[in-house]
Design a protein around this ligand. Structure first.
Ligand code: SAH
Ligand code: SF4
Length: 396
């Protein structure tokens, strides 16, 4: 398969304020080389800029000391900029989770933000003492990023749905969230155990090209492993079919937001099910050839009284078994949000559901809610700025 470049994902320069060029962040080494050649420079300058942005995480052209000074000056004079997204506000949860508002430099209107989340696990990371120390007090962590601002899918239980779709993020805006969060926590790529989930705002498979361009950047330029990445979709069949064609070296793992044990309930809580019912989604998922030991994840939000009863568990177990897929189920107790009329299931019902599934022989995990107090948990991302514990914004 030919290597796809990220050139397509640039914003149209004509939308940008006078003299400013679209950000360089988001272009891969090949596209950067082409830019340099256009400017009459040798192609290897592109690789140097890629290295500076994606490995050294430099944010300003003048910091790129591998480039000759006159070139740095010329690029700046012509309005070129790295323009990496940065953290404009951070909210800290008592459980160590941090939620960030991410701002886009040089792309998109002022004050427009999306959200990313950092979830540390391990030792003192959960202390939640509000301290400002971002040093390594975690052993493992998960970074969650957004693929769109808002979402068009309209799942009834999800707060992001209330925003509607504001716009797609481009590749640099998606990958930039990851780099900004990695930098804040001084993550050593290739050494620290950090997982990346595309489970923030938006439906990645309705922004497919930009989402996959971001993945390619993160794998090829930043150096992250696709085996430590998971993309979650509400079941956009054409997107899953395209995903199945991706080469394994840049394909994240796949999670499907199933959320109901049958089409009737699923259509009620996820109207998208009317377009792509469960069988169509499962057929598409079957086309993905799994790597050794890889499994498909079915996510299942437990809605009190609606999807959390023993009968639902038995039906879900039957459904998962009938797919014949190497699969596991992640249960998520519903996280509340203002204006949404579901209830959080009781601890006893959640445990009974989990035990029933396990008893049926289905690999099942309970995803602990993280950062509910700062609206950072699944389905709570809505650019909420009210929070009891606003932390210091990072210097980025
Ligand atoms: N749009 C994609 C990815 C983002 S949502 C998708 O829907 O898969 C990530 C996960 O959060 C999904 O599995 C979704 O079902 C779940 N979710 C949404 N709202 C939730 C809520 N209020 N409580 C718990 N999980 C929720
Ligand atoms: Fe969109 Fe996912 Fe929320 Fe559904 S659950 S509205 S697809 S973000």
């Amino acid at each position: 398969m030919p290597k796809q470049s990220n050139q397509l994902t640039l914003l149209d320069a004509s939308n940008l304020p006078g003299g400013c060029k679209p950000p360089l962040f988001g272009l891969d080494a090949e596209a950067l080389a082409a830019r340099m050649v256009d400017l009459g420079e040798p192609a290897f300058r592109g690789r140097q800029i890629a290295e500076a942005m994606y490995s050294q995480w430099l944010k300003e052209l003048h910091e790129i000391t591998t480039l000759p000074k006159p070139l740095r000056r010329r690029l700046a004079d012509q309005g070129w900029q790295i323009g990496r997204p940065g953290i404009s506000r951070a909210f800290q949860s008592a459980d160590g989770t941090e939620r960030y508002l991410i701002e886009f430099e040089g792309s998109g209107p002022k004050n427009e933000t999306t959200e990313a989340v950092w979830m540390p696990e391990g030792d003192g990371g959960e202390a939640g003492d509000g301290s400002d120390d971002h040093s390594k007090n975690w052993r493992r962590a998960t970074v969650c990023v957004s693929s769109q601002i808002g979402c068009a899918v309209n799942c009834q239980f999800c707060l992001t749905a209330k925003l509607g779709l504001q716009r797609n993020l481009n590749a640099g805006e998606i990958a930039g969230q990851v780099v900004a969060v990695l930098e804040r926590h001084a993550v050593r790529v290739g050494r620290d155990r950090v997982n990346l989930v595309f489970m923030g705002m938006g439906e990645p498979f309705l922004n497919y090209d930009n989402f996959m361009a971001a993945v390619r950047l993160l794998v090829r330029e930043v150096g992250l492993s696709p085996l430590r990445m998971t993309v979650s979709t509400s079941g956009i069949v054409p997107g899953i079919e395209r995903f199945a064609q991706e080469p394994p070296e840049v394909r994240p793992k796949l999670a499907i937001s199933l959320n109901a044990p049958n089409d009737a309930i699923r259509a009620e809580v996820m109207p998208i099910n009317r377009k792509w019912p469960i069988a169509a989604v499962v057929d598409a998922v079957r086309k993905v050839s799994l790597r050794p030991r890889e499994r498909i994840t079915f996510e299942y939000v437990l809605l009190g009284g609606v999807t959390d009863q023993p009968g639902h568990a038995r039906e879900l177990a039957r459904l998962v078994r009938s797919t014949g897929l190497a699969a596991k189920v992640n249960l998520i107790a519903w996280n509340p949000g203002p204006g949404i009329a579901y209830t959080t299931p009781s601890v006893a019902d959640v445990e009974a559901f989990r035990a029933l599934m396990a008893g049926e022989g289905i690999p099942v995990y309970l995803r602990q809610p993280r950062g509910r107090d700062i609206f950072a948990a699944c389905g709570q991302l809505k650019r909420t700025v009210e929070s009891s514990t606003a932390a210091q914004p990072s210097s980025s």
